[in-house]
Design a protein around this ligand. Sequence first.
Ligand code: RB5
Length: 147
Amino acid sequence: MKFYIGSDHAGFRTKETLKKRLAGMKVRIVDMGAFDEERSDYPDFAKKVSQAVVNDKGSFGLLVCGTGIGMCIAANKVRGVRAANPFDEYTAAVAREHNSANVICLGGRTYKASKAQRILDAFITSKPSREKRHRRRVEKICEMERR
Ligand code: RB5
C-alpha cells in the first residue's frame, strides 16, 4: 500500500503521528508537506496529494487539516479522487467498502491523534465491496466526472 500524505499547520502534528503509524505498518509514504506549523493554506496540500494519487494508480491519500472538511472539499475537485471525511471507525470502513474512497481526510483539532489512528486503521483494513450495487453506485460517480 502506498500513501501520499499532506497537512496544513492545523493538521501537522496529527500527520506526523499518523506518518509513524503508517511506517510501522510497512506502508510506503510520500510526505508532501506541510513540514512545520507555520500557517499555510490547506487547498495547496489537497491539490498536491490528490494529483499524486490520481497519477499513481492504486495509491491512496491522507490529508489532515483542522477538521478534515476543507481538505475533503478541495480534494474532491480533482478528477478521479473520492475523498471522505470519516468521523469514526465505522464511517472510515464504509467510506472504502461502499464509496471506494481513495483519499481520507482527518481532523487535527476535532479529536485526539489516537482516535485519528483508529479511524485510519479502519480505512486501511477495509476493502471496496464487490457487491454489484456498490460498484454500480461508484461507477455512477465516475460517470459524472466524464461529462
Ligand atoms: C485552519 O485554521 C483551518 O481552517 C483548516 O485547517 C481547516 O480546518 C479547514 O477546513
